[in-house]
Design a protein around this ligand. Structure first.
Ligand SMILES: Cc1ncc(COP(=O)(O)O)c(C=O)c1O
Ligand SMILES: [Zn+2]
Length: 393
């Protein structure tokens, strides 16, 4: 297809595309996929999209899979961009949208990354895949691995939402629950993978999950008729979605589909685990590990992200920022968004609302800005988070 090579996101070293890779062999940072976009755009045209499949594979020419036989799909992507008028009135934004990623297979945006990563793992010959996960990535991996006929090995913190544990077991994964955080689970995968013959699909430790997630950026552009919003508010753990969208915008510009103007990218984190917010405020390019990470928004409980510099570079280059919200605020926001718009958000997605209010208060977002909030998953998987705020039977 149109992939030319992989390129290190930090040192730029080129790596050959058609074999399994994890991190840059020189500096140990994430690898990004590069395409011959002049070639991609000969068949991927705005007009051609009208007749294409309603999932992320509509952007086939800017995705890495060579052979259609290797394309593993459960119907991921092409989720609705919902206009949120009532919520917009609540906060004082005239044009507010929710990109509703809860409508993906396995109910979160993790399906996008795993669909592409597992398609590539199969194409390049992996048989067994392993991942440390906060929960939703595990559910997605288990489902796509099953669909691809691969064996999956999943490591999650013991206090991961029960729905994530059950879904992995019921879709055939080997599940291990660990005391500690996602970072501890990552160490365990790293320690055992060679002996066990596992391919490590940790976020940004292989090059293709970010390719799946970048389709968020393509979709947003297409759904807004190739005019990007002014502000994107994104709940950030490992940051793959934000990094992916930023990459998508660069590719779209290179193909001549959009101009140089970019949305201000805003990272939202939980106050109990806000390494990127802290690094942003302190002017650092790399984020220190956040001590004693704790939040009910399990997907945001990522104390150290390997793509930290890619997130922070994008926030700064876009004129965006990083905001922390408390667990109390984000749980309350689930009900406000649900009651106003009928979308039952994951706590991570709900966190975008109190973050937006803070941005408005600080004068960083105005009534006339076109704003997109990312609801990255479904509240249905987080029953434990609503203990005490919802009625029990
Ligand atoms: C629902 C939800 N939102 C957001 C995130 C954070 O995603 P990212 O790694 O792209 O920052 C996660 C990650 O687990 C998640 O499950
Ligand atoms: Zn490198």
């Amino acid at each position: 297809m149109n992939v030319t090579h992989l390129e290190c996101g930090l040192c730029g070293l080129e790596h050959e595309a058609r074999r399994l890779h994890n991190l840059c062999r020189a500096c140990g940072k994430p690898l990004l996929v590069r395409y011959d976009l002049n070639r991609s755009k000969t068949t991927l045209t705005k007009e051609s999209l009208a007749a294409r499949r309603p999932d992320l594979w509509r952007y086939r020419e800017v995705l890495p899979v060579d052979h259609d036989d290797n394309l593993i799909s459960l119907g991921e992507g092409w989720t609705p961009l919902l206009r949120a008028e009532r919520l917009g009135q609540n906060v004082g934004i005239r044009e507010l949208y929710i990109k509703d990623e809860s409508q993906n297979p396995t109910q979160s945006f993790k399906a996008r990354g795993m669909a592409v990563a597992i398609s590539m793992a199969r194409e390049l010959g992996a048989r067994r895949v392993a991942v440390p996960s906060a929960g939703n990535a595990a559910g997605a991996l288990a489902a796509y691995a099953a669909r691809a006929g691969l064996e999956s090995y999943i490591f999650m913190p013991r206090d991961t939402p029960r729905a994530n544990v059950v879904e992995c077991e019921q879709t055939g994964a080997h599940v291990t629950l660990m005391d500690g955080l996602i970072t501890d689970c990552g160490v365990e995968v790293g320690r055992r993978k060679d002996a066990e013959g596992w391919f490590d699909v940790s976020t940004l430790k292989e090059p293709y999950r970010v390719e799946g997630k970048k389709t968020l950026g393509y979709e947003l552009a297409e759904q807004l008729n190739w005019e990007l919003p002014d502000v994107i508010v994104y709940p950030t753990g490992g940051g793959t979605g934000l990094i992916g969208m930023w990459k998508a915008f660069a590719e779209l510009e290179e193909m001549g589909w959009i101009g140089p103007k970019r949305p201000r990218m805003v990272t939202v984190q939980a106050a109990g685990c806000a390494p990127i917010v802290r690094a942003f405020e302190q002017g650092q390019r790399f984020a220190d590990e956040f001590p004693n990470a704790a939040t009910t928004a399990s997907g945001l409980r990522v104390p150290k992200a390997i793509g930290d510099f890619l997130i922070l570079d994008a926030l700064r280059a876009s004129g965006g920022t990083a905001v922390a919200v408390t667990d109390e605020e984000l749980i309350e926001a689930t009900r406000e968004i649900g009651a106003a718009e009928g979308v039952f958000c994951a706590p991570e997605g709900a966190a975008c609302l109190p973050a937006l209010r803070k941005l408005i208060e600080m004068g960083q977002v105005n009534a006339g800005d076109r704003v997109v909030l990312f609801n990255t998953g479904s509240g249905v998987k987080y029953m434990e988070s609503f203990d005490g705020v919802a009625t029990r039977p």
